[in-house]
Design a protein around this ligand. Structure first.
Ligand code: EPU
Length: 337
């Protein structure tokens, strides 16, 4: 495994930020991973997957491990369902496409989410009414210090909205090497209740859609709102949708009866951060090459040569304006380094 020095990460993060890794190694097998950890575990390490959920604000003064483990296999199956295992370095969307080709259902709503399989459990990826936890069986992870392999089953992962144990007490402790999912082979349970999806299916006249129809519709909606990282650097939603208490919710609705919201519980509501950011006047704005997407204000974009610092300054400015205007704190969804 050759270790490269001063490697540019521009093409390895979807924001397209030109930061460097002081040392960099691509990991193709679990054996290689164990070997690297055995010699490097006491030195600073940085785990890089698909680079789709991070903002680099400085060069990485560590050994960057680019996890490139590949493979999709069937663990077990019966007449109605299949359990598959995908290695951490598989591209998430390619996995979804592979499953759709076999007519395996469960992750069609999660089409076109950028990033790799290994990162999916960390933030419990979700879109259009489905979250990874709905199909998740387990993942295998390697402890960085002890190099012990551990299997995390669904309850172990403490999944929540864009949350898991890997963002909390196990943060930075493990490298996820593979993920197992339970998918349906027939009588697929379709998730069509998400507003934008329901509307688009209706417009397309798809009353009894297949899982492939749902995937195509989701892809269409995403393409119309979310920029393609190959054309415009971005990291999907930059902020999480904030969960607010009843008092705050009532004051927002009083001032803006048109505000979209979701009820989380009797005392908690979620207001789309994209709506708050748009109301705060940032949608489509640009400060140098750092900007806010013109079709979805939740997405920060790199118009060319923005630095991570410039994007982070913009994020902080947005956060402050939303706080001043609505009394609501929006926290980043992406990992900022
Ligand atoms: N909205 C605005 N202005 C905007 C953006 C949104 O008013 O600029 C309003 C929309 O009109 C709608 C509501 O906010 O009423 C929700 O918008 P949307 O359906 O686009 O979803 P979202 O809540 O903004 C979340 C996820 C997305 C996911 C979509 C669909 C988070 C942080 N983001 O966005 O996930 O694709 O729902 O399920 O939860 C990602 O995580 O990277 C991501 C793209």
């Amino acid at each position: 495994m050759p270790i490269e020095a001063d490697k540019s990460l521009k093409h390895l993060n979807t924001f397209g930020i030109d930061c460097k890794a002081r040392r960099f190694v691509t990991i193709k097998t679990k054996e290689d991973l164990k070997a690297v950890l055995a010699t490097e575990k006491d030195k600073p390490l940085f785990i890089l997957g698909g680079g789709s959920n991070m903002l680099l604000t400085k060069d990485i003064d560590a050994l960057v491990l680019h996890i490139d483990l590949k493979g999709i296999s069937v663990v077990s199956e019966n007449e109605s369902e299949v359990i598959i295992e995908a290695q951490a370095g598989e591209n998430w969307h390619q996995l979804v496409q592979y499953c759709l080709k076999q007519d395996w259902g469960g992750i069609e709503n999660l089409s076109l989410i950028p990033g790799n399989v290994g990162a999916a459990p960390i933030q419990n990826i979700g879109a259009y009414g489905v979250e990874l936890q709905d199909v998740f069986v387990s993942c295998e992870a390697l402890h960085i210090v002890t190099q012990e392999e551990k299997r995390f089953f669904r309850p172990d992962c403490q999944f929540g909205y864009r949350e898991s144990i890997f963002k909390k007490e196990a943060k930075g402790a493990y490298i996820i090497t593979s993920v197992q999912l339970r998918l349906s082979k027939k009588e697929h349970l379709l998730h069509m209740h998400y507003g934008a999806l329901q509307k688009e299916l209706k417009e397309r006249g798809l009353e009894n859609p297949t899982i492939q129809d749902i995937a195509e519709t989701v892809i269409q909606i995403r393409k119309s709102k979310l920029p393609d990282p190959n054309q415009l650097g971005n990291s999907g939603s930059f902020f999480k949708n904030p969960v607010i208490d009843l008092d705050t919710f009532q004051s927002v609705i009083k001032a803006h009866p048109e505000a979209p919201f979701y009820e989380v519980s009797a005392t908690e509501y979620k207001i789309p951060a994209g709506w708050l950011i748009e109301k705060a006047g940032y949608k489509g704005r640009r400060f140098g090459d750092a900007g806010v997407h013109d079709k979805q204000a939740l997405v920060l974009v790199n118009h060319g040569n923005a630095t991570g610092k410039e994007l982070w300054e913009l994020a902080l400015r947005i956060q402050q304006t939303v706080k001043d205007q609505f009394g609501i704190f929006i926290s980043p969804e992406v990992n900022v380094y």
